[in-house]
Design a protein around this ligand. Sequence first.
Ligand code: 8YV
Length: 318
Amino acid sequence: MRPRVVVTRDIGKEPLARLAELADVVLLPAGWTTSALIKELQTSEALLCNVTDTIDRELLRACPGLRIISNYGVGYNHIDVAYANERQIIVTNTPGVLTEATADLTWALLLDVSRRVSEGDRFVRQGRWAGWEPLFMLGREVSGKSLGIIGMGRIGKAVAERAKGFRMRVVYCSRTRLPLEQEASLGVTFANLEQCLSEVDYVTIHCPYTPETHHLIGAAELSKMKSTAYLVNTARGPIVDEQALIVALKEGRIAGAALDVYEDEPHVPEALRQMEQVVLAPHLGSATFETRLAMADLAVRNLTAYFQGETPPHVVTG
Ligand code: 8YV
């Protein structure tokens, strides 16, 4: 009998067609509910989901036939992987293929907030631009400044590589220190979190979201940053205490923030939307044609390996 796979979102015709060669594909209609997902999973052994789908203990318990969850994305904090593993359910992800796109977006946001690009764009569109002035809409120069990278995995390293072009001094903190040769080739210096916050002009977050990194950046940490510094987050929203960030921005304790992720997506607090010194993107880190295709390929490859009785290439454990 052919296996059945439930897909929570359209990931493109071609990858879905490849999946359909080996399995019956059930693509959920937009706006599906958790009960609809659970209903479909009663007769399916495979699920292809993404970051916005909460796959918790309750859902897993309600789907006894589920054997594999292929996550379309690298971060898997939305899945209770430990419990899935306990129930002999394989969980896979799509690492590597979204590194460059996410690093690019990090720099797009960093440059935007520092040079007031989105703010200027709004200003022009509103018809408010009355002419050039020497002291009009000044931003802060990025080149030659310092950057603090929190989390030095694949994406953190790709961000550091790009900092070379801006001749920046880069410090980083991470659970594990890089080998000295790698630090030298990336041009980065190992530091603690406090130094990563207090000594730099830009702080950018690239660690995974775990119970340990929940609100890693709160009021105390924000108060350590320079009042001229910017915070960039393209990792996960809840790593930053959003309310504390709003207060720090309102009180001018930091210069600005550029965010791609939020505590309760797609809800973005009104206070953030009102602030000119904040750049807001709708979780676009991996959103390029090239990367999303590669993510779909990898998510499908993880499943097809399983269907063919092989170990999927990217299994994660909890
Ligand atoms: C995607 C991401 O937007 O991979 C991740 O962890 O957050 C992004 O690449 C998302 O996963 C799509 O499901």
